[in-house]
Design a protein around this ligand. Structure first.
Ligand SMILES: [Zn+2]
Length: 331
């Protein structure tokens, strides 16, 4: 196993996390739906050596082989014993590496469980920062893992832009995309298996969550997805953070929806519509059925709230982001 720490340049930090006046969308460090008894642990084969494990709405991927297990995302802590049993059906080898795609608890809650079992945790440096503690940064209330992560669960290998491992004789590429879902998102590529694991930069079962308070913005999520789409082959298997495994075409559908919704919302805010009007007018049309599970109003409201606060003027306690129409890239 080799590490190649490729780049150390600081990524563009044009957007700083700021408070979002009036933003009430609850998130509680998790993007998964309510955990109460909704599902059981399921294992799905993606290839000979890659499997998807799903529990409590969260997707995890395990790469098994002679070097042991490399796991992408840990899931919730209370699911960990069940996940371990499911893994034992696949391999006798231990989890050597645990990659966190971002800091939310539905992806990191079991970190210490796997860390105590000997796994080395790998994540973007901002994931570690948000796990370390609480408090303010530059006078702004920041979002932090609450309570702080146990030492055994902290990432001990961090990176800024990308990290390349060789594991089970194959490359595993971990790439950071800035300010899409959070400020510490990674996409994990398994080129030898033709699989890409998106974390919550892509969810298949709901509108996206864009964590404005971490500096994430709709444009950042669109840039991230565009970069992945430009890179992966047409027959790639795409694993979302939540929801069913899909194809490049499914990821493209998500991108097109977000692009269109983003432009529509910019226009509506420019025209002076407030959040209640956006919601009551069902402005996202058929997207509300497709992306909010039959138009569930709480899901529609959650997405519109984020998008509206992003573009609403500061006089309306929004972030006042630039609402100029964007030109859709051809690719
Ligand atoms: Zn998340």
């Amino acid at each position: 196993m080799q590490f190649q720490l490729l780049l150390s340049a600081t990524f563009a930090a044009g957007l700083t996390g700021g408070s979002v006046g009036g933003l009430t969308a609850g998130h509680s460090e998790s993007c998964a739906p309510d955990r109460a008894g909704r599902d059981e642990t399921t294992v799905r084969r993606l290839s000979d050596s890659l499997h998807l494990i799903h529990r409590y709405g969260a997707n995890m991927v395990v790469f098994t082989g002679p070097d042991g297990v490399l796991k992408v995302d840990g899931g919730f802590l209370d699911a960990a014993p069940e996940i371990e049993l499911a893994l034992a059906e696949l391999t006798d080898e231990p989890v050597r590496y645990l990659i966190n795609t971002h800091w939310h608890k539905d992806h990191t809650g079991a970190n210490a469980y796997w860390g105590l079992a000997g796994a080395t945790v790998i994540a973007h440096e901002n994931v570690r920062m948000r796990m370390l503690g609480s408090g303010d940064k530059e006078g702004e209330k920041m979002l932090f893992h609450d309570p702080p992560m146990d030492p055994e669960g902290l990432p001990t290998v961090t990176f800024r832009e990308r990290l390349e491992l060789t594991f089970n004789g194959e490359p595993v590429l971990i790439e950071h995309y800035a300010f899409g879902h959070t400020d510490g998102d990674s996409v994990v590529y398994f080129p030898g298996q033709n699989v890409v694991v998106m974390g919550d930069l892509y969810r298949q079962d709901n509108f996206p969550y864009i964590e404005l308070r971490s500096g994430a913005r709709p444009a950042g999520m669109l840039r991230a997805i565009e970069a992945v789409l430009r890179r992966v082959p047409a027959d790639v298997t795409v694993v979302p953070g939540h929801g069913a495994v899909g194809t490049r075409a499914d990821l493209r559908e998500f991108y097109d929806m977000l692009w269109d919704a983003n432009e529509q919302i910019k226009r509506a805010v420019t025209a002076g519509q407030d959040l209640i009007a956006l919601y009551n007018n069902k402005m996202l049309g058929e997207y509300e059925d497709r992306w909010a599970d039959g138009g569930q109003r709480n899901r529609v409201r959650g997405f519109l709230q984020i998008m509206w606060y992003c573009y609403a003027p500061k006089s309306a306690r929004g972030l006042g982001e630039d609402r100029a129409p964007a030109v859709k890239p051809e690719f």
